[in-house]
Design a protein around this ligand. Structure first.
Ligand SMILES: C[S@@+](CC[C@H](N)C(=O)[O-])C[C@H]1O[C@@H](n2cnc3c(N)ncnc32)[C@H](O)[C@@H]1O
Length: 258
C-alpha cells in the first residue's frame, strides 16, 4: 500500500476569512485532520480557526494531538512520539493527513518537527506545504505599522527564549518583531525604555480575532504575563501618521478593526 500525502496547512492568525482557498480545499478533502493542542483537554487554536471553513465532512477524522508548551525536549519527546506515531499509522494505511497549524506552517510550528522525522520514519513520503497568513504580517496590518520599506531590515525573535541580545538586535534592525513574549514582558519593556524606544512599539494580542487587543503605550502592559497569542512590534522609524486616525502613542483599542 502506498503512503498517503502529508500536508502542512497554515490557517492564518485567527479570522476565518484569512484562511486561503488552497487551505480550505485541502482541509475539506483530506480524510484526516491532525489538530495540535497544548494539553489533553485544551482547545486546538488551529481547529478553532479552521472549523467554520471546514464544517462537517462525513467520514473525516479529526485527530487531536497534544504538544505541551515546554522548552524541555525530554518532556516533549514522548508526546511527539505518540502524535507522530498516530499520524504515521494513518499515512501507512494510505490516508492523507493534513496537519493544521495556526498562521504559517513554517513559522515556529510543530509541523517543522514533524517534517524533520519524515526521512527516518516514512522515506519517500510526499509532503505538501500550504502557506498561511502568518501573525508576522497579520499583527503589523492590524496595528497599521509597516514592517519594512526600502532598505530597512527586520528581525524576528522569540522573546521567551531569552532577551539577552535584545538591546543589540533593537539597535541593529529597523523593525523588530517579538513573538512568544510570556514572562519576558517586564524585561522587554525595560529594554525598550532604556533605548528610548518605548514610544516606538506596539503590543498586539489575538490579532484578527474578535478579542484583538492593541496597546500603543507598551508601558501599560509591563506587568502583564503575555497572552499565548501576542506580539510586540518595535519600529525605529517614526511611523506616526502612516494610517489616518492612528497617531503613535495613543492608548488601547479592542476589537477586530483599526
Ligand atoms: C508557536 S508560534 C506560531 C506562529 C504561527 N505559525 C504564525 O505563523 O503566526 C506562536 C506565536 O505566534 C504569535 N501569534 C500567533 N498568532 C497571533 C495572533 N493572532 N496575534 C498575535 N500574535 C500571534 C505569538 O507571538 C505567539 O506567541
Amino acid at each position: 500500500m502506498s503512503l498517503g500525502i502529508l500536508y502542512g496547512v497554515g490557517v492564518g492568525p485567527g479570522a476565518p476569512d484569512l484562511v486561503t482557498l488552497r487551505a480550505a480545499n485541502v482541509l475539506r478533502s483530506a480524510p484526516v485532520l491532525a489538530l495540535p493542542r497544548s494539553s489533553d483537554h485544551g482547545r486546538s487554536v488551529a481547529w478553532q480557526i479552521a472549523k467554520p471553513t471546514v464544517g462537517e465532512i462525513p467520514g473525516q477524522e479529526r485527530l487531536f494531538l497534544t504538544f505541551p508548551m515546554t522548552k524541555e525536549p525530554a518532556r516533549l519527546r514522548p508526546y511527539w512520539d505518540l502524535a507522530f506515531g498516530q499520524i504515521g499509522e494513518r499515512l501507512e494505511r494510505g490516508l492523507s493527513v493534513a496537519f493544521v497549524t495556526e498562521g504559517d506552517p513554517f513559522v515556529y510550528s510543530t509541523f517543522i518537527y514533524l517534517l524533520r522525522e519524515v526521512p527516518r520514519r516514512w522515506p519517500g513520503l510526499r509532503v505538501e506545504v500550504v502557506p498561511g497568513v502568518s501573525s508576522i504580517t497579520a499583527v503589523p496590518a492590524a496595528a497599521g505599522i509597516p514592517l519594512a520599506d526600502g532598505l530597512e531590515r527586520v528581525a524576528i525573535l522569540p522573546a521567551t527564549y531569552g532577551v539577552e541580545d535584545l538591546t543589540e538586535v533593537l539597535r541593529a534592525f529597523d523593525t523588530t518583531v517579538l513573538m512568544k513574549i510570556g514572562s519576558s514582558m517586564p524585561a522587554v519593556v525595560e529594554a525598550l525604555e532604556s533605548l528610548g524606544l518605548a514610544d516606538r512599539a506596539v503590543y498586539v494580542s489575538r490579532a484578527t480575532m474578535p478579542e484583538q487587543r492593541i496597546v500603543r503605550d507598551v508601558r501599560a502592559v509591563r506587568a502583564e504575563h503575555g497572552d499565548c497569542l501576542d506580539m510586540l512590534v518595535v519600529f525605529r522609524k517614526d511611523r506616526s501618521g502612516v494610517l489616518a486616525g492612528e497617531p503613535a502613542g495613543t492608548g488601547e483599542s479592542r476589537g477586530g478593526r483599526l
